[in-house]
Ligand binder design. Structure first.
Ligand code: FAD
Ligand code: SF4
Ligand code: SF4
Length: 491
C-alpha cells in the first residue's frame, strides 16, 4: 500500500486515490461469483423448493440466475412473452432461438391448419413431427436417437464437446459430464430419472479454449437457463439437443422408492422406466425384460412423493428452445409395446436442427419414419377426468385422504380399453400435454396465487388453460376451489 512520508494536500489525495484503488481491487476479487454448494439444495438456491437443480447456480454464472432461471421472476413465460423486467430484452426466447414464434410463418398461405394446431402444443418446427429410430445402439433408453445424433456430431467434427448426463453409480443417479470422446458420449445412454444439474459443467467449457463448438443435451428447464447464458460462453457454434420431459423425481432415492412402493420390485434389478402411451408404467429390468403396471393401480399418494416440486410448476414438456427434440409420447408402440423396438418422435425446430439430423443420417446412425399422426379421438374429456381425479390436485382442495389402489385385473382392463378407444399417437401427446399444463397451472395457483400464475405461464399454456376454463364448467369450478384454498406464497 502507498505510504505517506509527509502530510500535505497532494499526499493526502494520493493516499485517498491509492486506498480507493486497493478497495476496488478487493471488491473485484470478492465479486467473483461464488457457486452455491449442492449440499445446500434446495433452500440455499434462489428458486428454493421449486429449484429444478439445473446446475447454473453451481457455476460462476450464478450471477445471471434472475434472468436465466426458469422458476424465478417471469419464469417460463419468457419462452413466448417479452419479459417486463428488462428494457434491453425486446424478444422472446423463442424468437431469439428460432427467429420466429409459434405460428409466425413467412407465408400465411403455406400453412395448413394441421401444422398450425401442432405448433401451439409442440412448439416451433421446420416440418411436421416425425417418427425416428436410432440405429445400432444397445443399452439406450429407447432406440438411442439422442445418443446417435450426439455421436454423429462428434464423429463428423461438428462439435468439440457434448454436455450430457452419465451415471457413475446406479441407474437413477445423474452425473453431468463434458464428453470429449465417443466413449464419453456413450456413457450418456439411458434416462436417469432424477433432477440433473446439466449446466454444472459449464465452467469447464469457459476454462477450455479448445472448445469452440458445443452440443448441449438437456431437458426444458435446463435448456431455458442455458439459452439465457449461452452468449457468455463466447463459443463459435452452439447446438441444443433436447428431450421431452415431465414429472421428474427430485432425487435418485425418490425414483427408487417409486419402483419399490409403486411396482413392488427391488430397485437394484431395474435399468429404467417410462410412463407409456398404453396407460401403463413400463419398467425395464435386468435381462431386458419388462414389468408393466397400469397407472391406475399405483398408490394414490405416490405421485406427490415421486415428483419434484419444480416439475409441478413446469410448462415446457416439449422443450421449446432446443434445436431438435426427441421424445416418445406421440409415437405408436411396436408390437409387444417395448421401448427398445418402438419409434420415438423427432421435432426439428430450425436450420441448426436440420444440420444435426443430416449429420446422423449421413453416418447411418438414424432412420427416419413417417410423420407422427393422431387417429382422430378427442382427448379433452379424458384430460379433464385425469385432472379432477389426480391425487395431487385433490390435495390442493383438501381432499387428501389416500384412496385404495385399483386391483390389477381391473386396471389392466381399463388400460387396454383406453389404449384401444382412447387417444393414440399425436392425440395421446395432446392429452398428456394438456393434463400436465392444467395440473401445473392449478399447482401454481395453489402455491403462489393468481398474480404469479399470470406472470409466469407462457402464452401457449394460457391458451390451453383458457380453453378448458371457457369450455368445461368442471374445470372452472375446480380452479375456483383451488384459488379459494391457495396458500399464496410470495414470489
Ligand atoms: P438415449 O440415447 O438413451 O440418451 C439418453 C439421453 O438422456 C442422454 O443424452 C442423457 O444425457 C439424457 N439424460 C439422462 N438422464 C437425464 C436427466 N436426468 N436429465 C436430463 N437428461 C438426461 N419423453 C416423453 O415423450 N414424455 C415424457 O414424459 C418424458 N419424460 C422424460 C423425463 C426425463 C427426466 C428425461 C431425461 C427424458 C424424458 N423423456 C420423455 C424423453 C425420453 O424418455 C427419452 O429420453 C428420449 O426418447 C430419448 O431416448 P433415447 O433412447 O434416444 O435416449
Ligand atoms: Fe439456480 Fe437452476 Fe435452481 Fe434456478 S433452477 S435456482 S437457475 S439451479
Ligand atoms: Fe425440468 Fe420440467 Fe423436466 Fe422437471 S419436468 S426436470 S422442471 S423440464
Amino acid at each position: 500500500m502507498f505510504k505517506i512520508q509527509k502530510w500535505n494536500p497532494f499526499s493526502i489525495s494520493l493516499y485517498i486515490a491509492a486506498t480507493l484503488v486497493t478497495l476496488s481491487q478487493a471488491l473485484t476479487i470478492s465479486s467473483v461469483p461464488k457457486p452455491i454448494d449442492s449440499s445446500g439444495w434446495p433452500y440455499k438456491f434462489p428458486a428454493k423448493e421449486h429449484c429444478s437443480k439445473c446446475g447454473l447456480c453451481e457455476t460462476t454464472l450464478v450471477r445471471h440466475v434472475t434472468e436465466a432461471c426458469a422458476f424465478l421472476d417471469e419464469g417460463m413465460s419468457k419462452i413466448d412473452r417479452i419479459p417486463n423486467y428488462s428494457s434491453l430484452t425486446t424478444q422472446t426466447l423463442e424468437h431469439q432461438t428460432h427467429q420466429r414464434g409459434r405460428h409466425e410463418f413467412e407465408s400465411e398461405r403455406s400453412v395448413n391448419n394441421k401444422k398450425r394446431a401442432d405448433e401451439s402444443r409442440f412448439g416451433v418446427m421446420t416440418r411436421p413431427m416425425l417418427l425416428a429410430k436410432g440405429i445400432g445402439l444397445e443399452d439406450a433408453q429407447w432406440t438411442g436417437c439422442v445418443t446417435s445424433i450426439a455421436l454423429s456430431m462428434l464423429e463428423c467434427n461438428m462439435v468439440d464437446a457434448v454436455v450430457c448426463i452419465a451415471s457413475s453409480s446406479s441407474w437413477s443417479d445423474p452425473e453431468p459430464i463434458l464428453a470429449r470422446t465417443t466413449g464419453d458420449v456413450l456413457r450418456g445412454r439411458g434416462v436417469k430419472p432424477a433432477l440433473a444439474p446439466s449446466l454444472k459443467v459449464l465452467d469447464k467449457v469457459i476454462d477450455d479454449p479448445s472448445i469452440r463448438r458445443l452440443l448441449f443435451c438437456g431437458v426444458g428447464c435446463a435448456v431455458q437457463a442455458f439459452r439465457s447464458i449461452q452468449h457468455l460462453l463466447k463459443l463459435e457454434q452452439v447446438y441444443v439437443l433436447g428431450t421431452n420431459c415431465a414429472d421428474n423425481s427430485p432425487n435418485p432415492t425418490a425414483a427408487q422408492n417409486f419402483i419399490q412402493r409403486g411396482i413392488g420390485i427391488d430397485p437394484s434389478q431395474v435399468r429404467g422406466y417410462e410412463f407409456m402411451a398404453d396407460f401403463s408404467v413400463h419398467v425395464k429390468v435386468m435381462g431386458d425384460t419388462y414389468i408393466k403396471k397400469p397407472y391406475f393401480c399405483l398408490p394414490s399418494d405416490l405421485a406427490a412423493q415421486s415428483i419434484a416440486p419444480s416439475c409441478l410448476a413446469c410448462f415446457d414438456y416439449t422443450n421449446a428452445l432446443a434445436d431438435v427434440v426427441i421424445g416418445y409420447m406421440a409415437a405408436p408402440l411396436s408390437t409387444g409395446g417395448n421401448m427398445d423396438t418402438s419409434y420415438q418422435t423427432l421435432t426439428i425446430r430450425n436450420s441448426r436442427g436440420e444440420q444435426m439430423i443430416q449429420a446422423a443420417l449421413d453416418r447411418s446412425r438414424l432412420q427416419l419414419g413417417p410423420e407422427a399422426i393422431g387417429y382422430g379421438a378427442s382427448h379433452e374429456d379424458l384430460t379433464l377426468a385425469t385432472v379432477t381425479a389426480d391425487g395431487i390436485v385433490q390435495n390442493m382442495i383438501g381432499e387428501d385422504k389416500p384412496k385404495p389402489s385399483m386391483p390389477l385385473w381391473l386396471g389392466n382392463i381399463i388400460a387396454s380399453f383406453l389404449a384401444f378407444i382412447g387417444p393414440r399417437g399425436v392425440d395421446f401427446a395432446r392429452y398428456s400435454i394438456d393434463y400436465h399444463i392444467l395440473r401445473n397451472y392449478l399447482h401454481v395457483l395453489s402455491y403462489f396465487g393468481e398474480e404469479y400464475a399470470l406472470r409466469s405461464l407462457p402464452q401457449y399454456a394460457w391458451d390451453i388453460v383458457n380453453h378448458y376454463e371457457n369450455t368445461y364448467d368442471a374445470f372452472r369450478i375446480l380452479s375456483d376451489q383451488v384459488k379459494a384454498k391457495s396458500t399464496r406464497k410470495k414470489r
